[in-house]
Design a protein around this ligand. Structure first.
Ligand SMILES: Cc1cc2nc3c(=O)[nH]c(=O)nc-3n(C[C@H](O)[C@H](O)[C@H](O)COP(=O)(O)OP(=O)(O)OC[C@H]3O[C@@H](n4cnc5c(N)ncnc54)[C@H](O)[C@@H]3O)c2cc1C
Length: 294
C-alpha cells in the first residue's frame, strides 16, 4: 500500500523550516512503490520532486502543486559488495554512511562528516568540502562514485550510469529528471584510527556552524571561484546580518541565510535578490544559487 499524505507542510521537512503544503506526499518503501509513485505523477500530470533530508531546499510558502517523493525507510540500506566497494541507498543519512564505512575500515567518506542530508541528496548535489590535509583540493562525492542506479522519470525506466557518464560538476551531478535509487562507492582500506582522526578533523573544521544558532539550508550560492567565495563577496558588500522579516544573512557566515523565527520563503528570496544585486553592483559578479527551489 503506497503511503500518501495530502497537504503535508514542507516546513516540516526542510532544515530551514519553511514551506507550504504539497499536493501529495508519497513515501515509497520499495522499488515497486517508487515506480508507482512516478507513474502516478505522470498520470495526473503533476510535477515530481524528490525530497531527501531537505537540507539544501528552499520551499515556497504557497506550497508545491505536485507529487513529492521521500525516500526513507526501505531505501536506507548500505551493504558491502566487495572488500572496498559499498552499495548505498538514497535514504541513508550521510552520517550513517560515514559511521558504517569507518567501522568497516574503509576510507574515502570522511569529508562528509558533519554535512547533513541523505546519500541521495549528497550524490545529486555532488556534496563536498575543502580537504583538510590538502587545502588546495576539494573532496566531492564524485571522487568515490563507481556507478549509480536511477529511474529516468521521463520514460520510467531504470538505468545504470557509470561514473564517466555522469556529468558531475561543482555542486551538481547533472542528474536532473532522474531519481537516484542506489550508488556504488569505491573506497580504500585503512586503519580505523586513521579514519576516525580524519573524520574528527572534518568535524572540527565545521565547528563554526554552531554559531549559526538558527535553522539554515547550507550555502545559498555556489562559490564563483575558490579565491572569491560567495560568503566573502556578500560580506564585503556589507550584508552580513541584513534582515528581511524573520530571515537573516547569518552573522556567522554570509553565504548562509538563517530563519530566526517565522521567516517566509518570500523573506529569503528578498535577501537572495539583495545579495545578488549588491554583489553584481560592487564586483560585477553574478551569483548562482546552490539552494534548490521547490
Ligand atoms: C548546516 C548545513 C551545512 C552544510 N554544509 C554543506 C557542505 O559543507 N557541503 C555541501 O556540499 N553541502 C552542504 N550543505 C548542504 C546539504 O547538506 C547538502 O547539499 C546535502 O547533500 C543535501 O542532501 P539532502 O538529502 O538534504 O537533499 P535535499 O535538500 O532534500 O535535496 C537537494 C536536491 O537533491 C535532490 N535529491 C535528493 N534526493 C534525491 C534522489 N534520491 N534522487 C534524485 N534527486 C534527489 C532534490 O530533489 C534536490 O534537488 C549543508 C547544509 C546545512 C543545513
Amino acid at each position: 500500500m503506497l503511503r500518501r499524505e495530502y497537504g503535508k507542510l514542507l516546513s516540516r521537512h526542510t532544515t530551514l523550516k519553511i514551506g507550504g503544503p504539497v499536493f501529495c506526499w508519497i513515501e515509497p518503501e520499495n522499488i515497486n512503490d517508487l515506480f508507482n509513485a512516478i507513474t502516478i505523477a505522470g498520470d495526473v500530470q503533476k510535477d515530481l520532486a524528490i525530497i531527501g533530508a531537505g537540507s539544501n531546499i528552499l520551499a515556497r510558502e504557497q506550497g508545491f502543486d505536485g507529487i513529492a517523493v521521500y525516500l526513507g525507510r526501505g531505501f536506507d540500506f548500505i551493504e558491502k559488495e566487495e572488500d572496498d566497494i559499498v552499495r548505498v541507498g538514497p535514504g541513508l543519512p550521510v552520517s550513517l554512511l560515514v559511521k558504517k564505512t569507518a567501522e568497516w575500515g574503509l576510507t574515502g567518506c570522511e569529508f562528509l562528516a558533519g554535512i547533513p542530508g541523505s546519500f541521495g541528496g549528497a550524490l545529486f548535489m555532488n556534496a563536498g568540502t575543502r580537504d583538510i590535509e590538502d587545502p588546495n583540493r576539494m573532496r566531492e562525492v564524485k571522487d568515490i562514485v563507481v556507478d549509480v542506479d536511477v529511474i529516468n522519470v521521463k520514460n520510467i525506466k531504470k538505468e545504470t550510469l557509470k561514473r564517466k557518464d555522469i556529468p558531475f560538476t561543482y555542486r551538481s551531478s547533472g542528474l536532473d529528471g532522474r531519481c537516484v535509487i542506489s550508488g556504488r562507492l569505491k573506497l580504500e582500506k585503512a586503519g580505523e584510527e586513521i579514519i576516525r582522526k580524519r573524520m574528527g578533523s572534518f568535524v572540527k573544521s565545521r565547528e563554526w556552524m554552531k554559531k549559526l544558532g538558527f535553522p539554515s539550508a547550507g550555502s545559498v550560492f555556489k562559490n564563483p571561484d575558490s579565491a572569491m567565495p560567495a560568503g566573502r563577496l556578500i560580506e564585503e558588500s556589507g550584508l552580513k546580518g541584513a534582515r528581511v522579516g524573520g530571515a537573516e544573512i547569518s552573522k556567522a557566515h554570509a553565504n548562509f541565510i538563517v530563519n530566526t523565527g517565522g521567516a517566509t520563503s518570500k523573506d529569503v528570496m528578498e535577501l537572495i535578490e539583495l545579495a545578488r544585486k549588491n554583489v553584481r553592483d560592487k564586483f560585477g559578479i553574478e551569483l548562482e544559487l546552490e539552494l534548490k527551489l521547490i
